[in-house]
Design a protein around this ligand. Sequence first.
Ligand SMILES: NC(=O)c1ccc[n+]([C@@H]2O[C@H](COP(=O)([O-])OP(=O)(O)OC[C@H]3O[C@@H](n4cnc5c(N)ncnc54)[C@H](OP(=O)(O)O)[C@@H]3O)[C@@H](O)[C@H]2O)c1
Length: 308
Amino acid sequence: MNTINICNGPSGASRLIMGCMRMPALSVDDAAKMIQTAYDLGINYYDHATCYGNGDAELRFGEAFKKTGIKREDIFIQSKCGLNFVDNIFDWRRDSIIEAVDGILSRLQMEYLDVLLLHRPDLLFEPEQVAEAFDKLEAAGKVKTFGVSNTMPMQIELLKKFVKQPLKINQLQLSLEQSQLIDQDLYMNNKTTDMSLMRDGGTLCYSRLNDITIQAWSPLQQGMFGGMFIDNEDFPELNKVLGELGEKYGVSKSAIAVAWILRHPAKMQVITGTMNPVHLSEMVDADKVELTHEEWYRLYLASGKFLP
Ligand SMILES: NC(=O)c1ccc[n+]([C@@H]2O[C@H](COP(=O)([O-])OP(=O)(O)OC[C@H]3O[C@@H](n4cnc5c(N)ncnc54)[C@H](OP(=O)(O)O)[C@@H]3O)[C@@H](O)[C@H]2O)c1
């Protein structure tokens, strides 16, 4: 699989990431099979968060990973903290971040994280506290690379005033049917559609300007976990075009949906969520597809947009 360098490092990360949010539903043996399948397909990057299954995803991964033949140093492990569903708070306090990483490492049974992301902004965040936490985690060798998720440009600027480590990643929602990250750049100043609303402070251009790698989450979902748009009768035109392009390239509709994200010049990574080895192998075919400029727009329009 093609790889990318995430803003000067870590280098050699696969463009597809295996998301582990849905891993708690698997047995340890099935989780091991999923991890190994992904690796054999060329995926060397695994995404976690403390809140996935309230820690169960990391726990299951840690147990399962030992059953695979994969060496720790051959993969990238990423997790996220700061979203606390137990107490219903967002939490970027210094000690909470440090304790969260200790919990992650203990559940994963690993010595270090390749990447730590702050999951979603804590409205009460103090950047000085984040900076102290990152310094401690880096000095202890527990985290190599830092980033954010669902975070706006001005919040990143505020963090950067105090945090000395480069913030190399922003994990954001993007799919053909949840594409506001892209829409707002097209419909700007258009009063006839809500798609013109700038909902994220210009995150797409900001990321490109600042060499921040966007990781697109939920690439097959409509709305916020509204279900898949693939083979969904509510999206006939999109499925027609996905099918036609799938036939042209000899891949599945899901691969074309992922290829649509990979085709964007921002050089994004895509986080898959399937826990089915067959579905994963179908999606990985996206790596072989280079959609034309025209095909990219054809898919965009088929997903219910219009050219202003
Ligand atoms: N930063 C954030 O705030 C945030 C939020 C949400 C998610 N994430 C990350 O993004 C990852 C992906 O999210 P997601 O799970 O919503 O992504 P997704 O890939 O859009 O959706 C996966 C779901 O689609 C189902 N599916 C059904 N048919 C499929 C097919 N033919 N091919 C592929 N999938 C099919 C899968 O079921 P099967 O298992 O049966 O295939 C699974 O339930 C998560 O694991 C997590 O790492 C991040």
